[in-house]
Design a binder for this molecule. Structure first.
Ligand code: PEP
Length: 247
């Protein structure tokens, strides 16, 4: 049985004091949440958010990591730093990282391998642009991203991973993929995992949908056989995240 995951992605929002106050405010209303709940937050917010989340069911994760342990990589954050801070989940390869910070499938793969080697759980993102969808190559594109991103990942490691299918045209736009579109691609990803590994691994890995998930549309999306929760941007900064945590 795969436990659903409601994962927030704060992106570049919330100062450390706002982060602390928001997590503390959400803790009470989320205490009986049905789903596993997680906020992935800016690096500087991790410790204050952790402080506010201590003793609650809220987990705090990271939005990125670099694939070296330490050294001359100004501005980056290492897996050792995340582990020491008590982080478990880390988003890797979000489309905004790919678009604005030149991340490629190869760097995503390096980050995924590095996270796994340090005991972190990657939430590896994939998803097509509107143009690719209109050209009819969504599944080819997503399969390529997942295949390259997971190169060198063992079946045991893959079982514990999370993949987030996030169509770029649905992120932050208010245009959510239809339930059928979301389920179709998430199912296709699970089939790919079965091809690359085996049925057991495909059954264990969690696949999230992301892209304009909100308190209203989450229940229908999360009810799909192959959607194990959501990666949520905008709505994770608002009290409506409670509905997503319970969907
Ligand atoms: C995201 O940041 O991954 C995301 C899906 O954003 P939003 O929910 O705002 O579309």
């Amino acid at each position: 049985m795969r436990k659903r995951l409601a994962a927030g992605n704060w992106k570049m929002n919330m100062t450390p004091s706002q982060a602390k106050a928001f997590v503390a405010e959400m803790a009470e209303s989320m205490k009986d949440a049905k789903n596993e709940v997680l906020f992935c937050v800016p690096a500087i917010d991790i410790l204050p958010a952790m402080e506010a989340a201590a003793g609650t069911n809220i987990q705090i994760g990271a939005e990125n990591l670099y694939f070296e342990e330490k050294g001359a990589y100004t501005g980056e954050i290492s897996p050792l730093m995340l582990m020491d801070a008590g982080v478990k989940y880390v988003i890797i390869g979000h489309s905004e990282r790919r678009e604005y910070f030149a991340e490629t499938d190869d760097t995503v793969n390096k980050k995924v391998l590095c996270a796994l080697a340090h005991g972190l759980t990657p939430i590896m993102c994939c998803g097509e642009s509107l143009k690719l969808r209109e050209q009819g190559v969504t599944m080819d594109w997503v399969r390529m991203q997942v295949k390259i991103g997971m190169q060198g990942v063992t079946a045991e490691q893959a079982k514990g991973m999370v993949i987030a299918y996030e169509p770029i045209w649905a992120i932050g736009t208010g245009v959510v993929a239809t339930t059928e579109q979301a389920e179709e691609v998430c199912k296709g990803i699970r089939e790919l995992i079965a091809e690359l590994y085996d049925a057991e691994t495909a059954d264990a890995i969690r696949i999230l949908y992301g892209g304009s998930v909100n308190g209203k549309n989450c229940a229908e999306l999360f009810a799909q056989e192959n959607i194990d929760g959501g990666l949520v941007g905008g709505a994770s900064l608002k009290p409506e995240f409670v509905q997503i945590a319970n969907a």
